[in-house]
Design a protein around this ligand. Structure first.
Ligand SMILES: Cc1cc2nc3c(=O)[nH]c(=O)nc-3n(C[C@H](O)[C@H](O)[C@H](O)COP(=O)(O)O)c2cc1C
Length: 354
């Protein structure tokens, strides 16, 4: 069970905010398998940029189930307060503040985890944001600036004092970026230091790992990022395991194909076909890594053929064809019709523009 202000749900798994990944089509896929908590891609607090196509897309939530958990990023307390108020007016149920992103600058200003260096500024940002809205405000941090400068406990205490209602801790420092081991013990230190719900984040890639992380850190929930790429069922699967010890959400190939088809169509609908086709390449690549994990060479061939498709229709035909072949236990290498090892033939029906 996880409570965030007035929002209470049995799910203890949160889909991480990932710029360029957790757009509305991806969130819908995760929700369709049963994920409940999802944080949107970060939105700059600089309102002058909200008219750009990127920000406009990040502000789109129509037709999506709640709770709407919107992440904002910036370094100016007043701008963060305004961005929070604007998003709450637009229907955000929870506002998250990004102090976890390792990017040097967000919109030409130090932001994300770089802010953790300046505790006085952190306090100003958190107070201003909390005071600007009536919805709960949450915070996402790393362990600190670098291995030598870790202040997650201090930042968490400041956050508690400012009225933040939940903290997510990615168990790496900003300098670590995404390399090195996640320090779950350091997350436990944050759990022990404050009375807020804490979410443990970093390298959680299976139901068993999630359970181990919860037991090790004492955190209230886990957040899953990269492992959900190409596996939008993973958050729900982890959740089910944590709550019941069972794993029934475990899609077979036809179910994955059906998800893939829905995802490609949703991307085309959301972004328009030209952009949708491009963005689908990244997501489909991740699904293929997952489905062809034992035959990476084949995954490579299918990906390269898929990346040559120029329309949604061609992409759909291509994935259907690929999955038919996988479920028929055919191999792509050397069985593509021309007898050449390592070749992959584009299906006849979609050959035209691919
Ligand atoms: C492509 C990508 C984009 C990300 N974008 C954001 C973001 O917008 N806001 C944020 O707080 N963290 C962002 N992150 C960090 C993730 O939310 C998460 O903290 C990190 O990936 C560690 O979790 P994981 O090991 O489960 O992936 C991003 C990570 C990736 C890989």
């Amino acid at each position: 069970m996880l409570r965030i202000g007035p929002h209470l749900h049995e799910s203890r798994v949160i889909v991480a905010p990932m710029a360029g990944v957790t757009d509305q089509p991806f969130r819908k896929m995760c929700r369709s398998f049963g994920a409940h908590w999802l944080v949107s891609e970060m939105l700059t607090s600089d309102a002058s940029l909200w008219k750009t196509p990127k920000s406009k897309n990040r502000l789109r939530f129509e037709g999506e189930a709640g709770p709407r958990w919107v992440q904002i990023a910036g370094a100016e307390p007043d701008m963060m307060a305004e961005a929070a108020a604007f998003n709450a007016e637009q229907g955000a149920a929870i506002i998250d503040i990004n102090m976890g992103c390792p990017a040097k600058k967000v919109c030409r200003k130090a932001a994300g985890s770089a802010l953790m260096k300046d505790e006085a500024l952190v306090e100003k940002i958190l107070s201003a944001t909390v005071n600007a809205v009536s919805v709960p405000v949450t915070l996402k941090i790393r362990l600190g600036w670098s291995q030598d400068q870790q202040n997650a406990v201090k930042i968490a205490q400041i956050a508690e004092k400012c009225g933040i209602q939940l903290i997510t801790v990615h168990g790496r420092t900003r300098a670590d970026k995404f390399s090195g081991e996640v320090n779950y013990q350091a997350i436990k230190e944050v759990v022990d230091a404050i009375n807020l719900p804490v979410v443990a984040n970093g390298d959680i890639d299976s139901p068993e790992k999630a359970r181990w992380v919860l037991n090790t850190t004492g955190a209230n929930a886990v957040m899953i990022g990269r492992s959900a790429q190409g596996r939008p069922w993973l958050p729900a699967q982890v959740d089910q395991f944590l709550n019941s010890g069972r794993i029934e959400i475990n899609p077979n190939l036809p179910e994955i194909l059906s998800a893939l088809i829905t995802h490609i169509k949703e991307l085309s609908y959301f972004y328009g076909e030209v952009m949708g086709v491009r963005i689908a390449r990244k997501h489909v690549g991740w699904y293929l890594n997952e489905c062809f994990s034992e035959t990476p060479e084949e995954a490579k061939l299918v990906k390269s053929a898929f990346n040559r498709c120029e329309t949604t229709k061609e992409q759909l035909a291509m994935v259907e064809h690929s999955f038919e072949r996988v479920s028929g236990k055919e191999t792509f290498c050397g069985s593509a019709g021309d007898g050449q090892q390592g070749s992959f033939d584009i299906p006849r029906k979609s050959r035209a523009g691919c």
